[in-house]
Design a protein. Structure first.
Length: 365
């Protein structure tokens, strides 16, 4: 989404000034404000968060503060939308920079997914038994799409449980937008990626498949990916094992299947944090996820060796758009009674999107 440039006063703030003014505005707003921070946020932002978490935890935390008037979401657009869906109308959800989107979420839109559904129906018949599952990294109208069709949302924390649930509701799963999380989850549940899964390319007729391939598939995986996690490779894992013999390799399930296969452990952001927290002193960890989180884990655990698998820096460029200047601007406007950058999901979309998110929370982790 478009974000107007900040007034010069904010754009030119030094780190110390921004920090001081954010703290002051937070104090002025008191219990009217809650700040949520995703683990991939930079340190200068995360230090101001009342709750830190991955997308699953923050979706739950959003509804834990019924008295806060303002929920300032330091994360990306789809997360703020989910918070708006899960909280009552009197709570205003605010995204400090509207340009903080998610390139993976943008890889599937409602027009394309509706088109895919119609083509699947035309090929498999209207009683096709396909259950749509969308990763939480998707627009609210796609969550509503799955909610209306008996499907669910999942996160990287609960993807296996959500997909298992979906397979009790129908024969096949249409999983979007992340092909890697879909494939890794299917493999975790014992399905064969070569014979039981096909990839849906939204730019090709039938997603680039034959009718026979679609009939045989248990999983139809949308051709989307995360530009941060798709960068990790088996070669990087081999290099880490050579430079640090005995290292534990821990990656996020948005990484490609061969990377998951070559790693020792994989799991969501919260899983990665818990694994390192509970590891013995002296152990070494090569981590395949976003760099802000990896650097923070390294700082917080000086008794362990924690480093990023990718020697080139791999930040999530959209998470990075929540700069302290934007947070300062947002909060000072709230103090003045001026609500900027409110994220409002239309009521019609909210209804079915909420249903899908409630199914996700009911399935649990
Ligand atoms: P988590 O569900 O682990 O928070 O992941 C969200 C995300 O965007 C990862 O790239
Ligand atoms: Fe999206 Fe990847 Fe950034 Fe997560 S890390 S918000 S999936 S682009």
């Amino acid at each position: 989404m478009y974000q107007a440039p900040l007034p010069k006063e904010f754009a030119d703030l030094s780190q110390e000034e921004a920090d001081f003014r954010i703290t002051a505005a937070k104090q002025a707003l008191g219990s009217r404000l809650v700040i949520l921070g995703h683990h991939y946020q930079r340190d200068e932002i995360i230090k101001h968060a009342d709750f830190r978490g991955d997308s699953y935890k923050l979706a739950k935390d959003a509804s834990k503060c019924p008295d806060a008037e303002f929920i300032v979401f330091c994360g990306v657009h789809f997360m703020a939308e989910s918070a708006d869906i899960l909280t009552p109308d009197h709570q205003k959800v605010i995204l400090p920079n509207l340009a903080a989107g998610c390139s993976m979420a943008d890889m599937a839109n409602l027009f394309q997914v509706r088109n895919c559904w119609r083509e699947l129906e035309a090929t498999l018949g209207s009683e096709m038994g396909v259950v749509p599952v969308t990763y939480i990294n998707s627009a609210a109208n796609l969550k509503a799409f799955v909610g209306e069709r008996g499907g669910t949302v999942c996160t990287s924390t609960n993807a296996p449980a959500a997909v298992q649930w979906a397979l009790t509701q129908g024969e096949k799963v249409l999983f979007f937008p992340d092909q890697h999380l879909g494939r890794n989850t299917g493999v975790k549940l014992g399905f064969d990626p070569d014979t039981q899964m096909c990839v849906w390319d939204p730019f090709k007729p039938l997603g680039g498949n034959t009718p026979e391939q679609l009939r045989a598939a248990k999983f139809v995986l949308w051709k989307g990916h995360c530009s941060v996690h798709q960068r990790f490779t088996v070669e990087q894992i081999e290099a880490a094992r050579q430079s640090h013999p005995g290292v534990n390799v821990l990656v996020h399930p948005e990484c490609p299947l061969e990377v998951i296969g070559a790693s020792d452990f994989n799991g969501s952001t919260e899983y990665i944090i818990r694994a390192i927290e509970s590891a013995p002193a002296g152990s070494a960890w090569a981590v395949g996820t976003e760099i802000n989180l990896v650097n923070r884990l390294a700082q917080e655990h000086p008794d362990k060796t924690v480093f990023c698998l990718d020697p080139q820096i791999c930040p999530c460029s959209t998470m990075y758009r929540i700069h302290p200047s934007f947070l300062c601007w947002t909060l000072e406007n709230l103090v003045k009674g001026d609500v900027q950058n409110q994220i409002v999901v239309p009521a019609k979309v909210k209804h079915f999107a909420l249903l899908a998110l409630q199914r996700m929370l009911a399935v649990g982790g």
